[in-house]
Design a protein around this ligand. Structure first.
Ligand SMILES: [Fe+2]
Length: 291
């Protein structure tokens, strides 16, 4: 008789945060944003929504960057991305170097990723698809956010108890589950954090009202946006109620009209010179899965 496979069913568990959808950072110049995000990283401007000059949405698989036009905002940390084709990425980044010469743009090759900095200082680690990122060919698997010394256990407790999502604290970091294959990692730093400049992240919750009631009780709701959305800004120590770190969360329910919206993602390796019908789309799911 064949030996029965023993499955670890807990690997499939998911917390109450089901999706990290976007990072919103204001950017002052759409021309430079286009050079960086579309020509350099090879991502796609959303062709259907927010197509004017006061904002632009950049698709990266199922996730997005939102770039309202305004004084530059910078995430205090970095965004991890999965983009297929390291060599092609390096060629594109090389190609935009001159156009971005007077900005903070830079890139450097690391062993398992390419480090990239946007014209205004936002940092990215770009990885190839692979077993480390199951089911993801193109997307936003993680964000690293700087946090003060000694804040990790308090941050993990906040997400576990208030947002009802798995979170664990190590010695100098807290890792929070924000969707299948998506994490926010708060990393302690002894350096003084830059003043919070108003950037935000958008997350979706399965149970929307329970965290809302808890946040309301703590006085942490900062915006009652609409039926499907509210916001909070401070992550607090649940004992002392003192703020640990500030990161604005745009919190949405799964009934929000934009939940799991299909995004257009082009294949940046195809051009009018090298065109094959049916190959203009980038596939953003079905990366190799380790079994
Ligand atoms: Fe947003």
């Amino acid at each position: 008789m064949a030996k029965k496979t023993k499955y670890d069913r807990t690997v499939e568990d998911l917390g109450n945060i089901v999706f990290l959808e976007h990072l919103n950072v204001k950017a002052p110049d759409q021309r430079l944003s286009t050079i960086f995000y579309v020509m350099g990283l090879g991502l796609t401007r959303d062709p259907y929504l927010v197509t004017g000059i006061n904002n632009m949405w950049i698709n990266c698989g199922k996730s997005q960057f939102h770039l309202p036009t305004g004084p530059a905002q910078v995430l205090r940390g970095l965004t991890g991305l999965v983009i297929p084709g390291r060599e092609a990425l390096l060629e594109r980044l090389e190609m935009v170097k001159d156009d971005l010469a007077q900005t903070s743009f830079m890139f450097s090759e690391k062993k398992d990723h390419v480090e990239v900095v946007c014209p205004w200082g936002n940092r990215f680690k770009v990885h190839e698809p692979g077993p480390k990122f199951p089911g993801m060919m193109l997307g936003m698997p993680y964000m690293e956010v700087n946090a003060p010394k000694g804040s990790s256990s308090g941050i993990a407790r906040f997400y576990e108890e208030i947002l009802d999502t798995p979170a664990s604290a190590g010695k100098t970091s807290a890792t929070v589950s924000v969707g299948p294959g998506q994490k926010i990692i708060f990393k302690e730093t002894s350096k003084k954090l830059a003043d919070y400049d108003g950037h935000h992240v958008a997350i979706y919750l399965a149970n929307f009202s329970r965290p809302y009631e808890k946040l309301l009780k703590l006085g942490l709701i900062t915006e009652e946006s609409d039926q499907h959305q509210y916001r909070f800004l401070d992550i607090v120590d649940l004992k002392s109620k003192k703020p640990l770190v500030r990161l604005e969360h745009e919190v949405r329910s799964m009934r929000h009209p934009l939940y799991a919206r299909e995004h257009t993602n082009r294949n940046p390796n195809i051009s009018n010179r090298v065109y094959a019908p049916g190959h203009q789309d980038a596939v953003y799911a079905s990366a190799p899965v380790s079994l």
